[in-house]
Design a protein around this ligand. Structure first.
Ligand SMILES: Nc1ncnc2c1ncn2[C@@H]1O[C@H](COP(=O)(O)OP(=O)(O)OP(=O)(O)O)[C@@H](O)[C@H]1O
Ligand SMILES: [Mg+2]
Length: 704
């Protein structure tokens, strides 16, 4: 399929400068490429997720499309990781899956355009009857007009409902696909892109795509404008082959002039849009950092910053107002010039008896129809350009995406095995070749039970691990780190701040892969396990645990298969993590909502909920990165007891600054400069009198 690019559109057709909302400050040429895969919709019934303590967002039972996992073989979207997210190849099949609605839309479009275009003809007949030249009775004509007045709105409703429904369904599918693709990107993708950028992609950029249909299904816009222009020109030529070309040419040239004028106003609209975005940024930053603003008395600074932006917005708004009025006046000028030309040419023809009064009246009506339709068409082309720019932005983000294959294939396998419907409302098509590749990849991964049994019984070895964060590839955080984390034993990792301890945790959790060297469990490279399985065997509690804005109970149960979690289990885990007491003192107990990122709980409470979450997961490998750092001495002792109990028999890696909490570990590794510098038990390392011993001495001194 040929690529459609903006250069195929006349460069005159800029985004409609007279509609504020649809303006987007960023414009770039479009490459609406044909790459990508063709998602396929079927009308198979979807299963709702099973009822569980953990609530999933409800999906719309009436939405069309099939389940993502209803027996679908490995999806092609995985192997098309960098394919364009929005392309004709993706969108067409989605549209074409609504054949009945497309047919209904086309029929109703023809019908309502016919009604609209018949009206000036009837007006002409009406005038003929009034001056006594008409052949039919006045009442017969009026009843036909009344029928048109009834039918036109009915056909319009059918057209609008069908078009809206088709596009809404297409957009729902696209949103689901794009969200799913973002979710399986490597962690570094999320380091690279701001959250706002990604949410903007799903909301405003996809919103621009959605609006292009919603805003162009009214009369004088989009397809209706196009059909009216074609229909009107045909009728005008039928009515008078002499007048029609003059009128048509005049109107088109004046409309093009208007389009040129609109294009010249684009920079003002762009800067208006940019100021609007900066106002939103300023407000978001101020409110999200309200405590910092308060503590530094920054209100005056924020107010003046906001005021400056609002003033700039006001000035560009006033400029735009003037431009809008100029545009309106220009539209009228187009009509007036056309009418005047018609009066001069048509009037002389009527006087000479070459044209009837009725035809002249019809011509006047068609002049209005044609003017509005041409102008609407110009505006629609502007909106299309805005839509292509949004598609380009989405595609450009996807072009630099790097899919986390082992996560994506693992997720796909899980969806297939459980025949799960995540409400994604679509199933993407796949070629035989893709299917073979995917099956090969998935079969080369170790099975879930292998992963579990190896993680339970084998040592974890970091062998000559080198690592640089992708965004700072020139800085080697780990350079040749070797460490064996013994199975069923507690290994403590200590060392100065910035030494790379949490980086080791991120590699063990497989958020990143080592740039050199490897991590093995029972001798097997961890890369042979899919990441979903690996996530199940590793429990991680870190320095600043993040909770979701659901209830405490749901947070504790997060990540577990929903049918495995009972409220009793949740309470048991909370008790073990010493969280039960504070949870039942909350207003709604386990059903209390914890706020955004758990902000309605204290740091220590958040940590205890996170520990309960890890306890309930019951994974054979446990990683605690400063897991008790936000607890007071009493809670820490209680939680430490729970953790000691939890660590018993599990392969545990504990990171702590307070060395007193790790001195009973089976082995202590001192990490410094991206390497393990010392390894042994507490007493061995003390006896060695190295870096560990001096750290212990410093802490003792500080304590005393
Ligand atoms: N996502 C990231 N991207 C780039 N650099 C990072 C990233 N995270 C950490 N770093 C850098 O890696 C180095 C090691 O950080 P790490 O978090 O592993 O230290 P740490 O030993 O856990 O320190 P602390 O005891 O203070 O928690 C630091 O210099 C840090 O700036
Ligand atoms: Mg750290």
């Amino acid at each position: 399929m040929a690529s459609l690019s903006l250069v195929t559109l006349p460069s005159l057709f800029a985004p409609n400068p007279f509609r504020f909302q649809s303006q987007n400050p960023r414009f770039s040429p479009l490459s609406f490429s044909h790459r990508g895969l063709s998602p396929r919709l079927s009308n198979g019934a979807r299963r709702r997720p099973r009822a569980a303590y953990v609530s999933a967002p409800a999906s719309d039972p009436d939405s069309g499309g099939a389940a993502a996992g209803d027996g679908a073989p490995a999806a092609a979207w995985l192997s098309a990781a960098n394919a364009a997210a929005i392309s004709w190849a993706v969108v067409w099949p989605l549209i074409l899956s609504h054949k009945m609605r497309i047919a209904a839309s086309l029929v109703s479009l023809v019908a309502c355009t016919t009604c609209t275009l018949a009206m000036p003809l009837f007006s002409g007949n009406f005038f003929e009857i009034l001056i006594g030249r008409g052949s039919e009775s006045l009442w017969k004509l009026l009843s036909k007009v009344a029928a048109l007045y009834i039918l036109e709105p009915i056909f319009t409703i059918i057209f609008v409902i069908n078009m809206t429904t088709i596009w809404e369904k297409v957009m729902t599918t696209l949103r689901g696909q794009i969200f799913r693709r973002i979710l399986v990107q490597k962690v570094e993708f999320f380091d690279r892109h701001k959250v706002g950028e990604l949410t903007g992609l799903l909301t405003s950029d996809l919103g621009a795509l959605k609006d292009v249909v919603n805003e162009n299904i009214s009369r004088d816009r989009g397809l209706r404008a196009l059909s009216e222009v074609i229909g009107t020109i045909c009728i005008l030529f039928t009515l008078s082959s002499q007048l029609a070309p003059v009128l048509g040419l005049l109107m088109v040239s004046i409309s093009l002039l208007v389009a040129v004028f609109k294009r010249s106003t684009i920079p003002i609209f762009k800067s208006h849009g940019m100021v609007q975005a900066r106002i939103a940024d300023c407000a978001t930053e101020t409110f999200s950092a309200i405590r910092t603003v308060r503590s530094f008395g920054g209100e005056r600074r924020q107010i003046s910053m906001f005021n400056n932006l609002v003033l700039a917005y006001q000035n560009s708004g006033i400029k735009l107002g003037s431009l809008k009025s100029a545009n309106e006046s220009l539209t009228r000028v187009v009509i007036y010039i056309s009418l005047l030309t018609l009066y001069i040419l048509g009037g002389s023809k009527v006087k000479a008896g070459e044209l009837s009064v009725g035809t002249m009246a019809s011509f006047i009506g068609y002049t209005f129809t044609l003017t509005f339709a041409v102008q609407g068409g110009v505006n629609t082309l502007g909106d299309l350009r805005g839509m292509f720019a949004a598609a380009e932005r989405i595609n450009s983000i996807f072009s630099e995406m790097e899919i986390d294959e082992s996560l994506a294939y693992g997720l796909e396998k899980e969806l297939q095995q459980k025949n799960l419907d995540l409400g994604l409302l679509y199933r993407e098509s796949y070629s035989e070749q893709n299917q073979a590749v995917n099956i090969h990849y998935m079969s080369s991964l170790k099975s879930g039970s292998d992963c579990y049994s190896l993680a339970r019984s084998g040592d974890i070895c970091l062998e000559d691990v080198h690592f640089s964060y992708p965004l700072r590839s020139d800085v080697e955080v780990l350079n040749g780190l070797n460490l064996t984390i013994k199975s069923g034993k507690i290994t403590a990792l200590v060392g100065p701040s910035g030494a790379g301890k949490s980086t080791v945790v991120q590699l063990l959790a497989r958020f990143y892969e080592p740039t050199r060297g490897r991590i093995t469990v029972a001798g097997e490279d961890v890369r042979t396990f899919d990441k979903r399985e690996w996530a199940r065997v590793v429990s991680l509690v870190n320095q600043d645990p993040v909770l979701f804005s659901v209830s405490v109970g749901e947070n504790i149960a997060y990540g577990l298969p929903d049918d495995d979690v009972s409220k009793d289990d949740i309470v048991k885990a909370a008790k073990a993590a010493n969280a039960h007491e504070f949870i039942i003192s909350l207003p709604q107990g386990y059903d209390t909502l914890v706020g955004e990122r758990g902000s309605l709980l204290s740091g220590g409470q958040r940590q205890r909920v996170a520990i309960a979450r890890a306890l309930l997961k019951n994974a054979p490998i446990l990683i605690l990165d400063e897991a008790t750092s936000a607890l007071d001495a009493t809670s820490e002792r209680l939680v430490q007891e729970a953790l000691d109990h939890l660590m018993n028999g599990r392969t545990s890696l504990v990171i702590a600054h307070r060395l007193s909490t790790v001195q009973n570990a089976h082995q202590i590794a001192l990490c410094s400069g991206g390497k393990i510098m010392e390894l042994g038990t507490h007493s061995e390392l003390l006896a060695k009198g190295g870096q560990y011993a001096s750290l212990v001495a410093t802490q003792r001194l500080a304590f005393e």
